[in-house]
Design a protein around this ligand. Structure first.
Ligand code: SF4
Length: 370
């Protein structure tokens, strides 16, 4: 249900009235109570250790929560303290981040850890302004660490929070616009300022957005905020946040070559530049997206495909296993190297590389059984 039945089909003509402090307190209290009754048992919620909260927030910024939960334990086992990450090389941190994408996050987390060691003696400061002075820690992350790790009344606005408050207050501004962002931060600040436990409130508002006030078909029936939600009151939930037309992602097919030598090693290129992110890639054809394609005389047939999405592209990698002796010319910068597939784990690489090698291994296992 996404609105009051009696209001169905009607548009509210109510005049926007600002909320008093009693309303902020009531909303905050409902969110906190809902959170305590419904919170998911996430690993960093066991002790709210500040380093764990920081890592989880950085991971969750552009990665699905199920993936974050699956990868979090190995990451904090590999880097159990800020000091351990600061002592590691950036390449080690990026390698540990492999498959999570958006590798700039890993580099900035490493830089941030180094800074915390040099300026704060290895302990995250319990003050929002000091947190914001750490490289890679912006307004959102500082608010997350401040409130979740230290219980400070610091606001946070992510996509989930923006959606909930856009509906709560019927914010008439497009999604991702400066106007929506400004108003969302104002509301989030008013609300967290009225919360008894900012830690529970902020996590509750994010989780309410992720599980109840979802982008499509929000479950208003199970929402604790119906009495205070203006979009629900006006039966206009589907209209908020205001959407703008987005470009459809472009489909691109790119040949991908898995060259194998006699001892089973695979040929990789450590790419340079923004798209290649200094990571290990497999040689590829077509410069539709990645520059410097390999020119090859006999690529052999396509043995399978691997799907990969980046920014506004949906890529289908068409995987070839060129026969020994195939002539190939690569006019590409970067380092070429032969590695055994099991060595891949210690080098940073995008997830499509691992999927392509898994595809080849599965094909060879099938052939071996025949
Ligand atoms: Fe529905 Fe609650 Fe979201 Fe309002 S805040 S739209 S009542 S789910």
């Amino acid at each position: 249900m996404t609105g009051r039945p009696e209001a169905k089909g009607q548009r509210s003509k109510q005049t926007r009235v600002s909320r008093g402090s009693d309303q902020w307190r009531a909303i905050a209290s409902l969110v906190e109570r809902w959170f305590r009754a419904n919170k998911r048992p996430l690993p960093w919620r066991e002790a709210y250790e500040p380093w764990h909260v920081w890592v989880s927030e950085v991971m969750a910024q552009q990665t699905r929560m199920d993936v974050v939960v699956a990868r979090f334990p190995e990451l904090v086992a590999r880097f159990p303290t800020i000091e351990s990450m600061a002592r590691a090389s950036e390449a080690d941190v990026v390698a540990a981040w492999s498959g999570l994408g958006y590798y700039r996050r890993a580099r900035m987390l490493h830089r941030g850890a180094c800074e915390v060691m040099s300026r704060f003696g290895g302990e995250l400061p319990a003050a929002v302004e000091a947190l914001r002075s750490i490289p890679g820690v912006g307004r959102y992350t500082a608010g997350s660490i401040g409130s979740i790790a230290f219980g400070l009344p610091a606001a946070i606005v992510d996509g989930n929070v923006a959606r909930v408050v856009a509906r709560l207050d019927m914010i008439d501004a497009p999604l991702k616009s400066g106007a929506l962002e400004k108003r969302a931060w104002e509301l989030a600040e008013a609300l967290v300022g009225a919360a008894r436990r900012p830690r529970d409130f902020n996590q509750g508002l994010m989780e309410l957005g992720a599980r109840v006030c979802t982008p499509q078909n929000p479950a208003c029936d199970g929402c604790p905020l119906t009495a205070y939600c203006r979009a629900f009151e006006a039966n206009r939930v589907e209209e908020f946040p205001v959407r703008v037309a987005t470009k459809r992602p472009v489909d691109v097919a790119i040949p991908l070559y898995v060259f194998t030598d006699k001892s089973g090693r695979v040929l990789f290129r450590r790419g340079e530049g923004k798209l290649m992110h200094d990571m290990l890639h497999l040689p590829h054809g077509s410069d539709a997206l990645y520059p410097h394609p390999l020119k090859i005389s006999k690529p052999g047939p396509v043995v399978g495909t691997v799907k990969h999405s980046i920014t506004s592209r949906r890529i289908t990698f068409e995987v070839h296993c060129p026969a020994p002796g195939a002539k190939a010319v690569a006019d590409a910068p970067g380092e070429w190297l032969w590695l055994a597939p099991e060595e891949l784990a210690s080098h940073a690489h995008p997830s499509y590389v691992r999927k392509a090698l898994q595809l080849i291994a599965a094909l060879r296992a099938t052939e071996g059984r025949r």
